[in-house]
Design a protein around this ligand. Structure first.
Ligand SMILES: *[C@@H]1O[C@H](CO)[C@@H](O)[C@H](O)[C@H]1NC(C)=O
Ligand SMILES: *[C@@H]1O[C@H](CO)[C@@H](O)[C@H](O)[C@H]1NC(C)=O
Ligand SMILES: *[C@@H]1O[C@H](CO)[C@@H](O)[C@H](O)[C@H]1NC(C)=O
Ligand SMILES: *[C@@H]1O[C@H](CO)[C@@H](O)[C@H](O)[C@H]1NC(C)=O
Ligand SMILES: *[C@@H]1O[C@H](CO)[C@@H](O)[C@H](O)[C@H]1NC(C)=O
Length: 336
């Protein structure tokens, strides 16, 4: 009888270990695909965008694709698809997922607590999931400046009307507006926060330049949380006169107008008095006939042309002696 051969058992041991290892869940090093890098969530006004960078390049001709999942405070992970959210962020080649892409989706509700995760995929290979910090739009949003700011300078006052950076459900949240302003050069002053989008900066000096910026804070009613807003660009305006100065101006203009009217009336009256007779004469006398023609008409024998000629030659002499300018005049008459 031969004894059992112990070396054979030793031979089986590595095989056993190998099988045990294969059955264990694969650690990251075995997934062989690097995860997306530097993921960021952008929450600006109503925008919700997750973006990332592709992992280090892989030795493969096929493109790496990415899949995004979301979950609420309780519940399972769900794929981001057209059906669930309105946009398809499953196996996409792009390196961003715009949950609020224009016309497609409104994204996650602003008061929902949302957690996102994403991974890279390449054929059968997948990367580990990268889980983002949770966000709640009303809590995490970056609020931009008011969309429109309309400023009307008035008497020692600036009337400001602003429109909100974006529309919110007013039962959930409202905007509070703050104006930072200063007289150039001068100290910075603040008006607000105010709930109204109609703001009056009064008690300003007339005819001065004021520069201002407006901030819209987002006030989340139910949680009583305020998100600061970004300041608008600086814009400057000149105030007009204040009420008193304006009144003085109006009185000045009225008095001035009245005085000039009186003056004009006086002048007319004076002219009529002084030249009244002339005016009357001009209007009364019928158009008269020149004396020489009248004479000729009375005595047709006298040659009219001769009489005219004599008259002209007399003038001619005087002109000749005076200047050269009269020369062409003479020539013309010679021709005649
Ligand atoms: C990676 O690509 C190079 C050519 O770019 C090739 O020579 C090499 O065999 C590839 N390696 C693997 C593991 O596919
Ligand atoms: C949002 O949900 C996470 C868990 O997903 C939780 O840790 C966090 O406290 C929640 N935030 C709020 C404000 O409820
Ligand atoms: C999502 O988009 C990718 C690439 O554009 C496409 O391959 C995939 O089939 C789409 N998924 C769905 C569910 O439409
Ligand atoms: C949202 O804000 C909370 C604190 O209020 C913070 O813990 C969380 O990381 C923020 N989420 C994101 C995505 O920045
Ligand atoms: C504010 O100014 C910057 C740079 O001067 C400009 O790019 C931006 O469009 C301005 N914003 C508004 C709302 O006018």
């Amino acid at each position: 009888m031969r004894p059992p051969a112990p070396p054979r058992l030793w031979l089986l041991l590595p095989l056993l270990l190998c099988c045990l290892r294969a059955a264990a869940p694969p650690p990251d090093s075995l997934s062989q695909l690097a995860a997306p890098q530097h993921p960021k969530i952008r929450l600006y006004n109503l925008e919700q965008v997750l973006s990332w960078e592709s992992p280090s390049p892989v030795n493969d001709t096929r493109p790496v694709v990415y899949s995004v999942q979301y979950k609420y405070i309780v519940g399972e992970w769900h794929d981001v698809t057209v059906k669930s959210i309105g946009v398809n962020c499953t196996q996409i080649t792009a390196t961003e997922c715009d949950f609020t892409a224009a016309g497609l989706s409104k994204g996650f509700l602003l008061h929902f607590n949302v957690t996102l995760r994403l991974r890279a995929e390449l054929g059968e290979l997948v990367s580990a999931w990268v889980t983002m910090p949770w966000f709640l739009h009303y809590r995490n949003v970056t609020v931009g400046p008011p969309k429109h700011i309309m400023v009307t300078p008035r008497e020692g006052t600036l009337v400001i009307v602003v429109s909100p950076p974006f529309e919110v459900d007013t039962s959930e949240a409202t905007f509070l507006y703050t104006v930072h302003y200063e007289e150039k050069p001068g100290m910075q002053q603040v008006k607000g926060p105010l709930q109204s989008n109609f703001i009056l900066l009064d008690n300003l000096k007339p005819f001065r330049i004021y520069c201002l910026q407006v901030e819209a804070q987002l006030f989340w009613n139910t949680q009583r949380i305020i998100r600061p807003g970004q300041l608008s660009n600086t814009s400057c305006y000149e105030t007009t006169a204040d009420a008193y100065a304006k009144q003085q101006q109006v009185i000045g203009i009225s008095v001035g107008t009245l005085l000039s009217l009186l003056l004009l009336a006086g002048a007319c009256f004076f002219l009529v008095l002084k030249y009244g007779s002339v005016v009357k004469y001009l209007f009364r006398t019928p158009p008269s006939i020149p004396a020489q023609i009248e004479e000729y008409l009375k005595d047709p024998v006298q040659p009219i042309l001769e009489a005219l000629d004599k008259d002209i030659s007399q003038k001619d002499d005087t002109w000749n002696s005076v200047s050269v300018i009269s020369f062409p005049e003479k020539e013309r008459e010679d021709v005649l």
